[in-house]
Design a protein around this ligand. Structure first.
Ligand code: PMP
Length: 390
């Protein structure tokens, strides 16, 4: 038991303020199997518990141990790390890949290594927190443009006084699940000698032929000035991150990306799981299409906008209502995400549903019934108008 320190008394006022604004957060442990229907996790393709994926983690752990034992440049690289990198690159249509301990560290490492003092970063306003933090770490001049606004990106690039420029964006926006205008962003980069870094955290395994990602779907993989980052923790059901691009981008990151050099390498279990998941996805490409079908069904039930990814965003407005609705879903046996400010803009608190390719018909029906009931009790705006006709 700690002796309370007055130096930390300010935490009480900060916590009271968050509570008053319904922005406090709670950790809710997930049981191994509790009969709850899960529409909150990022395990979009149901690969996290797939027997081959679990076995991949076990086999790698038996061979190499529980941890990576060191940083990638010392003892933390196994032949399996290199195989995973090649396989991910081949799958997504890039020349090479470099694995990081998470998607977060992949973004921090890649953005900082490809920018720096005396360069410009143009950051899309919808970018994930890890890209926002990467911009802050980079010491570059950072211009944040409105979400999805390629004309604003073009203006920022055209008006710059520095030579080097990097544009960063999610491919699938993580809170809303809609798509960034990658082709227009890339065209602006081509016209103004810039590099486009695209975070495919929510695109890999969901968009593109067999889940190859949105960058592949829109035909941008052969351009060296398109660098892709992704997490292995969503559609692939494992853990870790990757940067995909050309050989010289990879070499540059190995030499300079601080989150690669100073971080312990990706754990063998995560490498083994991700490789097995990729093998399943290659063999069963229909999983990617199925997740979009399930998302469309959930959107039809909730009145959410037609989804472009696994993410279905049911906007309820204020944080208290969204929180209460998510708690009610849990009481009725359905786990959903609840996104509130600062994760989303003020006044757009929401239930965030994530579709899963492996949900059974019976569970989808049961989830739909719960959502209809909870939105009748707590809904507003979009949800009300959709339910009026139901
Ligand atoms: N980028 C985006 C768009 C994400 O949604 C996330 C995960 N929430 C990350 C990066 C970070 O990936 P990881 O969880 O592997 O660190």
């Amino acid at each position: 038991m700690h002796n309370p320190s007055p130096a930390l008394d300010w935490l009480d006022a900060a916590a009271a303020d968050r509570r008053a604004r319904h922005l406090h957060r709670e950790l809710r442990p997930r049981a191994a199997s509790d009969g709850v229907i899960d529409l909150a996790s990022n395990d979009y393709l149901g690969l996290g518990t797939h027997p081959e994926v679990v076995q991949g983690a076990i086999d790698a752990t038996h061979r190499f141990g529980a941890g990576a034992t060191g940083s990638r440049l010392v003892t933390g690289t196994t032949a399996d790390h290199l195989a995973l990198e090649s396989e991910l690159a081949a799958f997504t249509g890039h020349t090479s890949g470099l694995a990081f301990s998470s998607g977060y560290t992949a973004n921090l490492g890649a953005v900082v290594a490809l920018s720096g003092k005396g360069s410009l970063i143009v950051s899309d306003g919808g970018s994930h927190a890890s890209l926002v933090d990467a911009c802050r770490l980079s010491r570059a001049d950072v211009v944040v443009v409105p979400r999805g606004d390629a004309a604003a990106v073009e203006r920022a690039l055209r008006g710059r006084s520095v030579e080097r420029a990097l544009v960063v964006t999610d491919s699938v926006y993580s809170a809303d699940g809609d798509l960034a205008p990658l082709v227009a962003l890339h065209a602006a980069c081509e016209r103004h000698g810039a590099v486009l870094l695209v975070d495919e955290a929510h695109g890999l395994g969901v968009r593109g032929a067999g889940g190859r990602g949105l960058v592949d779907e829109v035909g941008l993989t052969r351009h060296e000035n398109v660098v892709v980052t992704a997490t292995l923790s969503k559609a692939l059901g494992a853990q870790g991150g990757v940067v995909l691009g050309s050989e010289r981008v990879r070499d540059h990151l190995i030499d300079t990306a601080r989150t690669f050099i100073f971080d312990t390498g990706l754990a063998p279990a995560s490498v083994g799981a991700a490789r097995a998941a990729l093998a399943v996805l290659r063999r069963e490409p229909e999983r990617a299409a199925r997740v979009l079908e399930v998302a469309e069904h959930l959107a039809a039930v909730t009145g959410a906008d037609r989804p472009s990814s696994a993410v279905v965003s049911v906007i309820l407005g204020d944080a208290e209502r969204a929180y209460a609705a998510s708690v009610r879903c849990a009481e009725l046996g359905l786990r959903v995400g609840c996104f509130r400010p600062p994760s989303v803009p003020e006044g757009t608190a929401r239930l965030r549903l994530t579709a899963r390719a492996d949900i059974s018909g019976a569970d989808l029906d049961a989830a739909s019934d719960v959502l209809t009931r909870v939105l009748t009790e707590h809904g507003s705006g979009v949800a009300d108008s959709a339910l009026a006709g139901a």
